[in-house]
Design a protein. Structure first.
Length: 326
């Protein structure tokens, strides 16, 4: 692509007055147009060669996708792409890329913090503090020697597994296929899902949301866990049947949960999860470092350079499977 053939890029969910932070280098590479609300999308994407989905909802693009006659590439501002993909996009030849790699380590640290807090009883101390209770005489377990089952052995699951092993934990994974993994060791396929859950002290849900994973953690899954098990979700809320989770904790089928994602966000004020003493509710911020926005824009700018040069793009998404593949 020559200098006089600059591509047109539509940035959805931002304006020229409030652009994504750090996007200035993109202005030297492309003609950047903004659509800050759904009414502006059709005009912005009509001639667009590429889209940066910054703060837009899926419906913005889905409702106007037929207008995007020149579109060849979409960059997502998140790792998960369930909030972007729709059937017509998945069936098209438009390349989709995501922000894979930006959030792996921060989310893994959050997951490990949740595991350590639950095991040491720190979560109980926080609850007791709010009631002014001094509960001496409690006993706790060691993190070392406990077993973590990672369901969704992608980069975030692997980053968590690495840290868990450093703490002396044992780890196994559950994925789409049975295999051996350099980081996770043995990874069971779907047929081994419930059996693996039965071995866990902690279960990490690091799943993307796809038709195959929706409500994968249902009553049967929670019944397969030990009464002492701790469930951690940093994947997607809708991979969990939340009513089944509430029932499992309330009945003592599992010991508790640390949750950063939910079926509906913000979590409804009347959700029982707010008041359950062994549940930690976090507002979908496990990967939100102070500079995460600049880092995500950096991925977009790097990919835009590659796009202009005709090179392979970073972080391609398998649009039919519904998640990133590299």
């Amino acid at each position: 692509m020559t200098d006089h053939e600059r591509p047109i890029v539509a940035v959805l969910g931002a304006t020229a007055d409030a652009p994504p932070p750090g996007i200035e280098p993109a202005l030297d590479l492309a003609d950047v147009r903004y659509a800050g609300n759904p009414d502006e999308v059709a005009a912005a994407i009509g001639e667009a060669d590429a889209i940066f989905s910054w703060g837009a909802r899926r419906s913005w693009l889905e409702d106007t996708f037929a207008e995007a006659g020149r579109l060849r590439w979409i960059q997502s501002a998140s790792d998960g792409v369930d909030g972007l993909l729709f059937p017509a996009l998945a069936a098209s030849d438009v390349i989709v890329t995501n922000a894979r790699g930006i959030f792996d380590d921060p989310i893994a640290e959050w997951a490990i913090a949740a595991i350590v807090a639950f095991t040491t009883g720190l979560h109980t101390s926080v609850v007791d503090q709010t009631h002014g209770r001094w509960t001496e005489g409690r006993r706790r377990d060691r993190v070392a020697g406990q077993h973590l089952v990672v369901v969704g052995p992608g980069p975030i699951g692997s980053a968590t597994a690495t840290r868990a092993r450093a703490l002396g934990m044992t780890v196994e994974g559950v994925g789409r296929t049975q295999r051996a993994d350099e980081v996770l060791g043995e990874v069971a396929g779907p047929d081994g899902f419930h059996e693996a859950l039965g071995r866990a002290d902690h279960v990490l849900d690091a799943l993307p949301l796809t038709p195959a994973t929706r409500a994968m953690f249902d009553a049967k899954a929670f019944d397969a866990m030990r009464p002492t098990a701790h469930f951690v979700n940093i994947g997607r809320g809708a991979t969990v049947d939340e009513d089944a989770l509430v029932d499992a904790i309330g009945s003592g089928a599992i010991a508790g949960a640390s949750l950063d994602v939910f079926v509906e966000e913000p979590l409804a004020a009347d959700s029982p999860l707010w008041s359950m003493p062994t549940v930690a509710v976090s507002p979908h911020i496990s990967g939100d470092l102070h500079d995460w926005e600049e880092a995500v824009v950096g991925v977009f700018v790097d990919n835009l350079r590659r796009f202009v040069a005709g090179e392979a793009l970073r972080n391609p998404v398998d649009t039919e499977a519904g998640f990133g593949v590299g």
